[in-house]
Design a protein around this ligand. Structure first.
Ligand code: ZN
Length: 462
């Protein structure tokens, strides 16, 4: 008598990302009550009777992809007329002053909700099931994280969310933002079934005090959550720290006691070898965002060196392109260019950075990041319409990194529930979301245009 399961994904090429990185050329994944109960070779229908059996053409099943760093509100500016209003920024700090700070100061709760809805749809539709978001919205602080939680839940994906604490406008404001993080952490970690949970996040070392950094770490320790901040994305971070403290940012953070294995250091583009050794010593985790580094022109982080040192690196998108395949491809290529050496990245490691290593960065590798019995049934089913070389256990990592795109994603399951099926979001009506969201975004763009003089005065004076 065949054992009963809820869902059986059958006849698939399975990229498990388990410790021995087994790839099963033709196998099945059995799902019951939101968990993976079996994964193996052969025809799963011999063993299991399922409510639903899926056998999709040319199916590749991977763990749901994990994005270790995003800002869902970042997608609100794609194609925005704001870029035609401002003087184009020529460096990273101007980028913040002229683009991101005018945007984040304009955000209402509705903008936050809409961006999280759209962002969650874009992530899910292209195969990502878990994200870590940092919200910057200094004029909409209290209860803001609830809006991201609501949106992600409506779409059906999971994540960690934090308010990006900054004291760039006032010292006091930073503590209010920290309070919002603590409120959301308390609310979500007390619920064992919470799909979206709070973590403690800080903008960057050049916008916060030592006291705020350490209060953040104390709270993260108290609640046992990860904590994150942008580290050395642009050169201002380094120069500010050297001028004010006589130390580079990572040295400063070490000396005040801020570093630990639960810290997610985002970017780490400008770090020197001494700082990399410090990060390794404290087992700090790295969020690598290659496409963001490219569009911002900040440089290329020494990721191959980090990997060679045994530092754990996961892949993020920093609120830019949400498609994990684009980000994997960029991570695969950018270091070859930067180091003028085609050997420095390989496809398997890149896929690890978007799955199991990403789970390690966020401290969730016991639950997600690989297809193993007992883990959550967070699965991505890729079914390309056309593939030009044989698709099998020899070639699959190469296809994942070189060939596939988000449009090849056929299905996405989170905790055993379908979020994407037959290439469509099934949890909500995306056409309705679009027409609502576009109205909200046009409104935001109008408000930003109306205040351009303010930003001329504050940020663009000679
Ligand atoms: Zn970021």
């Amino acid at each position: 008598m065949a054992e009963r399961v809820d869902t059986l994904i059958n006849n698939a090429l399975i990229v498990t990302m388990n410790p021995s990185r087994d790839v099963i050329p033709k196998g099945y994944v059995a799902v019951r009550e939101g968990k993976i109960v079996d994964v193996g070779a052969g025809d799963g229908t011999n063993k299991y009777q399922a409510d639903e059996v899926f056998s999709v053409e040319r199916a590749v099943v991977t763990p749901g992809f994990i994005c270790v760093h995003t800002h869902l509100y970042g997608i609100l500016l794609t194609g925005s007329p704001w870029f035609g209003i401002i003087e184009p920024p020529s460096d990273f700090q101007q980028n913040l002053q002229r683009i991101w700070w005018p945007l984040d100061e304009s955000l209402t709760y509705e903008d936050i909700y809409v961006s999280a809805l759209l962002g969650s749809i874009m992530l899910a539709r292209t195969g990502t099931t878990f994200f870590k978001d940092m919200l910057d919205a200094p004029n909409s602080v209290e209860k803001s994280l609830d809006y991201i939680e609501k949106a992600a839940k409506e779409v059906g994906i999971k994540g960690y969310v934090g308010f990006s604490v900054t004291q760039r406008r006032s010292i006091e404001e930073g503590y209010r933002m920290l309070d919002e993080n603590e409120r959301f952490v308390r609310k979500t970690w007390s619920d064992p079934n919470a799909k979206v949970k709070g973590i403690f996040t800080v903008h960057a070392s050049f916008t916060v005090s030592d006291d705020l950094l350490m209060k953040t770490k104390e709270l993260a320790d108290k609640y046992g959550t990860p904590y994150a901040l942008h580290v050395e994305e642009g050169l201002i971070d380094v120069y500010h720290s050297i001028e004010r403290y006589g130390k580079r940012p990572i040295e400063r953070m070490r000396d005040i006691g801020f570093l630990s294995p639960k810290l997610i250091a985002v970017h780490v583009v400008q770090a020197n070898d001494d700082e990399l050794k410090i990060l390794k010593q404290y087992d700090v985790k790295i969020a690598h965002n290659p496409m963001s580094n490219m569009i911002n022109g900040v440089g290329v982080p020494p990721v191959p060196k980090m990997l060679a040192m045994g530092i754990t690196v996961g892949l993020g998108n920093d609120g830019y392109v949400m498609d994990v395949f684009d980000n994997m491809r960029a991570a695969y290529l950018i270091h070859k260019v930067a180091m003028k050496d085609p050997r420095v990245t390989d496809p398997t490691k890149i896929v690890e950075m978007a799955t199991i290593d990403a789970a390690k960065v966020l401290g969730v590798d016991k639950h997600i990041g690989s297809i193993e019995v007992g883990k959550a049934a967070d699965l991505t089913i890729i079914s390309p319409n056309f593939v030009h070389t044989p698709l099998d256990e020899r070639t699959v990592y190469g296809h994942l990194v070189n060939t596939f795109t988000g449009h090849d994603v056929w299905g996405v399951m989170v905790d055993g529930s379908w979020v994407v099926k037959d290439r469509k979001i099934v949890t909500l009506d995306t056409d309705r979301v679009m027409s609502y969201a576009h109205k909200v975004i046009n409104n935001l763009w109008d408000r930003m245009s109306a205040m351009k003089e303010k930003y001329k005065l504050e940020y663009l004076k000679p």
